[in-house]
Design a protein around this ligand. Sequence first.
Ligand SMILES: Cc1cc2nc3c(=O)[nH]c(=O)nc-3n(C[C@H](O)[C@H](O)[C@H](O)COP(=O)(O)OP(=O)(O)OC[C@H]3O[C@@H](n4cnc5c(N)ncnc54)[C@H](O)[C@@H]3O)c2cc1C
Length: 432
Amino acid sequence: MTKPNSDPYWWEEFPAFDGEAEALPETCDAVVVGAGLTGASAALTLANSGARVLLLDAERPGYGASTRNGGMIGGGYRLSLDEMSQKYGADTALRLLQESYNDSYDFARKRIADQRIDCDYNAYGRFRGQWNDAEYSATARGLDDLRKLIDVDIDMIPKSGQRAEIGTDFYSGGMRLNDHGGIHPGKYLNGMLQSAARAGAVVMGNTPVGDVQKQGDGFVVTTARGQLRADTVLMATNGYTTLDFPRLKRRMIPVSSFLIATEELPQALIDDIMPARRMCVETRHRHCYFRLSPDGKRFVLGGRAAMSRVPQARATSVLRGLMSEIFPQLAKAKISHSWTGQTGFTFTFLPHIGQFDGVWHAMGFSGSGNAMAPYLGHKAALAMIGDPAADTAFAQTTLETRAWYRKSAWFLPFAHQLYRFTDRREDRRRAT
Ligand SMILES: Cc1cc2nc3c(=O)[nH]c(=O)nc-3n(C[C@H](O)[C@H](O)[C@H](O)COP(=O)(O)OP(=O)(O)OC[C@H]3O[C@@H](n4cnc5c(N)ncnc54)[C@H](O)[C@@H]3O)c2cc1C
């Protein structure tokens, strides 16, 4: 069997960014570290305000999660109002719900439209498969509560209606988020980078930033290509944050997620497994998410084959197993691509905007950033230029660490085992 390509499938249509600067300027107004969705969106907003912006990445621009992800876009974090109220108070909790379900997604759609980003965006709708009947009922109750608080376009789909959504009986019904969509991650990030560059931002890849130090009114930024001075700096490194920035690193948990794409499938098989072309996710901790490629010819599935890096062959085999479990029809499908990426989880499961020693950061998207990352990149940029429209409840969330998390996320394999155990317990509830 041929070994699958270990580059993301999306990179087949993710051109190398042309127009990268070759020499580091001596000064600029703003440096943005990390050229993913957060950094590119921040750079665009900063450049539009007239600032001289430098957008740096350690690798090729867009190397991180932004071009490796599942390409599902929409709002919402899976935390209840009660959980958020207990931690941040009722008013902030309500604002967090409003911003995560509606404002961030509205912003991302507007940015796609205003910048004419050709990224195969389509409002396919998202089906979230429920793992057992008890979970279906609890989710339906939670949805009733949510509807009383904010405007959401979501329906519960009972098991009897499931086959119209997805070609499997694997789930106990599901939730359909009607306005959620799908994008092509490579084209999305490329469009965001091009927009930032058009607005005047200077983009440089292969330029790791090793240090940022306050000096006078501004900062000295040390990179592999030399030093420069900047008035303000944003860290937008999420799950790829390195130990050069220990305070951030200790607050960002790099959880790996793995994806596979099949070779092109026969049309009849595509129609059978994905009759409504939905973006699909599920509620168990193995957390599979799957969709068709934007051209409708391939099946793309992601999941938690492990929570830390494992050999790609092992991840491929686990994901193949999960794919065949959900869709036995795909047991013989050939895998063309198998890749991985790092999400940036926080201990609160919510992202955050803030500052350490005057250096801004916007990160912690906890597995869901296609709408939220451009939104918070924009908000961080507004904060950097002192615009009151920067106001966001995500400045009130806390970026926490734990005494036992210092250099490496040694605890992830244990967390993986714990989740497997929880899944097995939920499996039993499924059988009864
Ligand atoms: C496999 C996978 C599937 C996902 N699926 C979805 C999905 O379907 N829908 C969704 O909404 N979200 C999804 N996500 C989450 C989403 O991709 C991220 O939240 C989002 O892309 C984060 O964007 P970012 O710009 O903050 O970080 P990234 O895109 O990760 O960019 C960070 C960049 O920082 C650079 N960097 C790090 N350190 C330095 C340094 N010292 N100097 C210079 N550069 C540095 C890195 O090279 C990297 O390019 C997924 C994530 C993964 C990994």
